[in-house]
Every structure is written in structure tokens, then in C-alpha cells.
Design a protein around this ligand. Structure first.
Ligand code: C2O
Ligand code: CU
Ligand code: CU
Length: 554
């Protein structure tokens, strides 16, 4: 069923509805800089004529610039927090060390600037950035803080793919938003209007040749079932964290929260014509947010087919891509046989899309508890099993994983590349394999449901990555840290090349067991006498740095 975009809201809260005027899709500027500045601030935007909406943005009134990065480079970002509440900035999907990941522990306080520098390890793909403060992620993302990251590499550069940003290579950030009568966003699981790159009722002019869309679901909770109105076949060339081995033809593509896909659409010979990218919400299983599940929150977009973006085809460019390549890159998932461990993660609970209580292995987020400890450089298989009443898009920080199977069967062919979000439906399971190549260094990595409402409602846990080769009794030359004696019968002495602000002790399972203020000097003592014997990790934190050391209580 195809419904027009002008819909009378069916929900209980009064919301604004608007006349259907097509607007040119905003294309955020692509920045290619050594140092990026992201000013997170409050703004007012007129999404609809005569209507003012309070927003947040990152160096823009709504959303933020596209950050172009090159594999192998070092990226520097200054995140300035002009809000009157804490924020943070996370590089979703990028393989960075814990201290650079920008998760909930890495708070950027109001008025503060976070300067971060990290190596670009990922291959060419589309990533994104968004705030990640504990309990405020959904609200700040809902207000508009998010943006795309385009990573380029030499392998991708050698392929004959569209890559002229804003011409034949376009970011398409899809969000649904609900507008209150005063014009402001309602903070809710669902919206009734679709925004693409912040534009309602968008159209975009594209040349009559092969174009590339970088689709990103930036919605709080809605899953999209994408396809074209004429039923045409398009080609998926990449997923969350990299290109596929070869383009995969498709005519439908589910896109869950936080997920990205890159698709090629062949517009050859279509000059003057137009094309409608749709979401076929009527095809979503009832258990997937975006369906018209009778017991869940309502929205004018639920369970119906609606337009996402109109593509108007213009004259081809001087040097068009006209062929879908036969093959792309070599995809090398970690080897099953290398997995040192399998962990089972059970998603449980019941509720509505924007509320309810969902758990992972019966647990909810506790910033003071580390739930899993990985050994640096090892590979693990995680089996994610969903026994709750709805689908959850599960996301891991710390890099990309590969999907081994869904319910024991091979994953969809377009899911065969590196990924960092996997939608696991109610009653279903998925197995992923991942190698942990970056130390958390005292800044745990999160794993969570990327339904932002669930995430903020604590459907999130954290893991650390430790180096099993850490010297037991003496600090490494590089850290300049000494902790002795180890083993100890109680009192430890520490010497660090910085003023120690905070001391955190974790047990061998990575769970925080104690956290206290440091001496604020380069040396001090720490009392372990009340603790049971065993191996512990001791973290010493300076203003902006952190080192850790394995210590043993005798
Ligand atoms: Cu999109 Cu925890 O992240
Ligand atoms: Cu992430
Ligand atoms: Cu969820």
C-alpha cells in the first residue's frame, strides 16, 4: 500500500502536519582537514516554512559536516561542547583505542573542548559520529547531533566507482522526527515525518549514470525496508565497515538503527525521469520497530509504505561511471578456528519500542562494572540470542565484526562484509566473529542495542581489552610507571610520570572493584589489604591520560 506523505497523525499526542512541498535535499559539506572542529551547540531551524524548531547541531544548525578521512592517516578532532549539559562524541564503527572512542566514560563537560587524535585503521566505508553520554545519547541525537564519516583508501580508489561527493556519491542520512505543536521535536521512539540529511520531503538531482548512495539509518528506533517504487534492482557494494567482495543485486534492503549500506543505482538513459526511494514499512515483521504493532507506540509512518527520497535525473556528467563493477575487494573475515572463546549474549525483556526493560544476559548498564574482558589480539565468537518481544539492532564498539550466521544459516549476501550493527529479530539468533585489536586502556568499549531509546534505558554493557603480556611487576619503559611490590600483601606504591588524579582497580574479569582519588602527585600509595588474593588491573588516570598495570594481591 502506498500512502502519500501528507498524513493525518493517528497518534494520541497532538502533532503538526504539513503540506507536501518538495525541498532540495541538503548535502552536508565534506571536510577534508588535518584537524576537524565540531562545535556542538543549540540552534533554531525552520524545517517547514514558518515553523521554528529548536535543534542541536555539530558545527551546523542540524546534523554536521561529512568528515573525510584516509586510511593510515592520523585524524585530529576538537569537540567543543557549547551545550549546557554533558556530551561526548563517538566515531561509530571506527577501530580506535578506548581513550579515543568517545563512549559514555569520555565526558565532555559544558564549556569544555575534547581534543582527540586517532589513527584511521578502517578500510574505505561510511561511518558516522554521534554523541554518547550516559542517558543522553538519544536526546542529543534526536536534537540533531550526528554526521557522516567517509573513509577512503587506495583499494577503493582504484575501483571504477562513483566518488564525486554531492554529485554521484551522496550521503543519505534517514531519520524520522515528530514535531510538537510549538514546532519543536518531540523526543519519542517514533516520528511522523521523514528527514533526509535534515530535509523533509526531499528530492535530489542526480546525473543519468551510475550513482552511489551512502545510506545511514540515524533514527531513534525505526527500521527501514528500503526499495525503489518501480521495483528496480540496485546493487549493494558495502556495509557498515567496508566494501563487499562483489556487488550484490537487491530490490529490498532492511536498514536498522546505526547501520550503513552503500548502494549503486544505475540511472543511465533516465534523463528527465525521476525515481522514488521508498521504505516498505508494510513489509516489516510485526516484531520490528516501524511495523504497525497494535500494542506499541503509534506513528503515521508505521506499517505503511512511504517515500524517503525522490531522485530527479539530470544530464550525465562529463566522465560518468556507467558500469557496475563485477568485483570489489578481498574480504577477509577472521578464521573461525582462531576464535579463543565463544560468548553467549541473551537479549531479554518485553516492552514497547520507546520504553520497557530490556537486558543483555540479565544485566543493565552500570558505568562502574566492566562486563567482559578481551585479550588484545584475540578473536572471539559472540552468539546473540533474542528471546525478547522485539528486534534489536546490536552494536559493538572497538571495530568491525563479521556475521557468521543467522539461526545457523548463512547471512544475507549483502551482510558478508565488515559490520558493526546486526539486527536480531525476536526469537532469532546471530553469530558474529570479531578480533579485538585495540586496548581499552581504562576507557571501556560499549556494546548495546542501537535503538537509542533502549540504549539510554541501559540496554548496554561494556568490555575492556587488556594486553596479556603486560609486565607483572614493573611498569613498562614507555609508560614510565612503577608499581611495587607485586605481589603485595596490602600496600602498593605507585610512581607515575604525571599527577595521579584517580585510581581504578579492576579484577581479573575486568569488573571495577574500587575507584578512588589519586594523590594528585606523581607518587602515592594504594591499599589492597582488604581485597582477596588474585590478579588485578590497576589504572592510574591523569587529567587526560591513563595507564594500567597488572598487580597481584598475595
Ligand atoms: Cu552508534 Cu555506541 O554507538
Ligand atoms: Cu559505536
Ligand atoms: Cu533494543
Amino acid at each position: 500500500m502506498l500512502r502519500p506523505l501528507l498524513l493525518l497523525p493517528t497518534c494520541a499526542i497532538p502533532v503538526l502536519s504539513f503540506a507536501q512541498v518538495m525541498n532540495p535535499m541538503a548535502v552536508p559539506p565534506a571536510l577534508e582537514l588535518d584537524t576537524f572542529d565540531l562545535d556542538v551547540d543549540e540552534h533554531v531551524v525552520s524545517f517547514y516554512p514558518g515553523v521554528s524548531t529548536n535543534t542541536y547541531g555539530a558545527s551546523a544548525p542540524y546534523l554536521g559536516p561529512t568528515l573525510v578521512m584516509h586510511q593510515g592517516d592520523t585524524v585530529r578532532v576538537r569537540v567543543h561542547n557549547h551545550l549546557n549539559q554533558v556530551t561526548s562524541m563517538h566515531w561509530h564503527g571506527m577501530r580506535v583505542p578506548g581513550w579515543a572512542d568517545g563512549g559514555p566514560p569520555r565526558e565532555v563537560m559544558p564549556g569544555e573542548t575534547w581534543f582527540v587524535e586517532f589513527p584511521v585503521n578502517n578500510p574505505a566505508a561510511t561511518f558516522w559520529y554521534h554523541p554518547h553520554p550516559d542517558g543522553l545519547t538519544a536526546e542529543q541525537a534526536n536534537q540533531g547531533v550526528a554526521g557522516a564519516i567517509v573513509v577512503r583508501d587506495t583499494v577503493e580508489a582504484a575501483l571504477d566507482l562513483p566518488r564525486t561527493y554531492g554529485v554521484d556519491d551522496l550521503p543519505v542520512v534517514i531519520q524520522d522526527r515528530r514535531f510538537a505543536p510549538n514546532g519543536n521535536f518531540v523526543f519519542a521512539a517514533y516520528g511522523d515525518s521523514v528527514l533526509v540529511n535534515g530535509t523533509p520531503h526531499p528530492y535530489v538531482d542526480c546525473p543519468a549514470q551510475v550513482i552511489r548512495l551512502r545510506l545511514l539509518n540515524g533514527s531513534n528506533a525505526r527500521v527501514y525496508q528500503l526499495g525503489f517504487e518501480d521495483g528496480r534492482t540496485f546493487h549493494v557494494i558495502g556495509g557498515d565497515g567496508g566494501l563487499l567482495a562483489a556487488p550484490v543485486p537487491a530490490d529490498r534492503l532492511p536498514l536498522s538503527n546505526g547501520e550503513r549500506v552503500e548502494v549503486l543505482v544505475d540511472l543511465t538513459g533516465m534523463e528527465g525521469d525521476s525515481l522514488l526511494l521508498m521504505s516498505y514499512g508494510s513489509e516489516l515483521p510485526l516484531t520490528v520497530p516501524g511495523s504497525d504493532h497494535p500494542l506499541w507506540e503509534s506513528s503515521a509512518l508505521n506499517g505503511v509504505d512511504f517515500a524517503v527520497l525522490r531522485i530527479r535525473v539530470t544530464a550525465p556528467t562529463a566522465d560518468p561511471v556507467t558500469v557496475i563493477p563485477a568485483s570489489l575487494v578481498t574480504v577477509t573475515p577472521p578464521n573461525d578456528a582462531d576464535a579463543v572463546r565463544t560468548r553467549t549474549k541473551i537479549l531479554a525483556g518485553t516492552g514497547m519500542v520507546g520504553m520497557g526493560m530490556f537486558t543483555i544476559n540479565g544485566l543493565m548498564f552500570d558505568p562502574a562494572v566492566v562486563n567482559d574482558t578481551m585479550l588484545l589480539g584475540t578473536t572471539e565468537i559472540w552468539e546473540i540470542e533474542n528471546i525478547s518481544n522485539m528486534a534489536h539492532p546490536m552494536h559493538l564498539h572497538g571495530g568491525s565484526f563479521h556475521l557468521l550466521d543467522r539461526d545457523g544459516a548463512p547471512p544475507h549476501p549483502w551482510e558478508s562484509g565488515p559490520k558493526d550493527v546486526v539486527l536480531v529479530d525476536a526469537g532469532a539468533s546471530a553469530r558474529i566473529i570479531m578480533r579485538f585489536d585495540d586496548l581499552s586502556d581504562g576507557w571501556p568499549f560499549m556494546y548495546h542495542c542501537h535503538n537509542l531509546m533502549h540504549e539510554d534505558n541501559m540496554m548496554m554493557l561494556q568490555y575492556i581489552v587488556v594486553d596479556p603480556n603486560t609486565n607483572v611487576s614493573e611498569g613498562s619503559a614507555t609508560s614510565g610507571l612503577r608499581i611495587f611490590p607485586s605481589p603485595t600483601q596490602g600496600t602498593l606504591v605507585y610512581q607515575a610520570p604525571f599527577a595521579v588524579e584517580e585510581i581504578i582497580l579492576a579484577d581479573a574479569l575486568g569488573r571495577f572493584v574500587r575507584r578512588e582519588h589519586g594523590s594528585r602527585q606523581a607518587s602515592g600509595t594504594f591499599d589492597m589489604s582488604a581485597l582477596p588474593s588474585g590478579a588485578y588491573l590497576l589504572f592510574l588516570r591523569s587529567e587526560d591520560d591513563q595507564v594500567h598495570q597488572l598487580v597481584v594481591r598475595e
